[in-house]
Design a protein around this ligand. Sequence first.
Ligand SMILES: [Zn+2]
Length: 245
Amino acid sequence: MLVYKTSFFSVYFGDAQSSLPRDFLMTPCRKEELWQEKPLGAIKTQLQLEDLVFLKQTHSTLGEVVSDENLSALMRYKPEGDFLITQRAQTGLGVYTADCLPIVVYDKAHNVMGMCHAGWMGTVHKVIVHMLQRMQKEYGTDLEQIQILFGPSAQACCYEVQEDFRGHLKDFSFQERVLHERSGKLYFDIPLCNKLQLLECGVKPEQCDFSYNTCTICVDGFCSNRRNRESMNRQLTVAVLNKKI
Ligand SMILES: [Zn+2]
């Protein structure tokens, strides 16, 4: 478990030790029940959260803007979606993963937080681009002024795909760069595929921070669907704006 903190926002990067069952995270529950659950109570204290929102993640390109008006409905009903955006302080935006990639986007100029869940399917359907477009539409986000943090995910050292996976990438100009061939096997580079999509949108490489992007398959201590298909536990990534500006 690691916490990234600035005076403007904080991000919690969880691991297997502080993971929770996927079913619990997907199922609607009351706010009080949320905080009683380990490790959510501890994350609440550490990040000084008032609220915490998760969606029913379905590898889509859909997402929600969390506002004063819809917060309690989102917490109570957990609609389907794979990104969350907010300008609300102390409102945690959460994703849960086991090999998929959590991407945190902070827009300093407008004090807006975005949190995206990008598995291979979300990645090939450009879920991160959908989230950025929504941030631009809702808040006028300038992509040259955002900061991006990549959480733990499967990486090209381990993430084997079949030959027909190439078909999913046929519309990307950088297809060859995100597929690596080694000893007759093919590996997909999820973090790089998302980074290259960001660069195509005008983001600069120095805006992307990969310090927390550990490989969940070959590094012990993370939930990994590839390494342990039986486990339904998911590690959490939670991002929050510390204050209203
Ligand atoms: Zn690896």
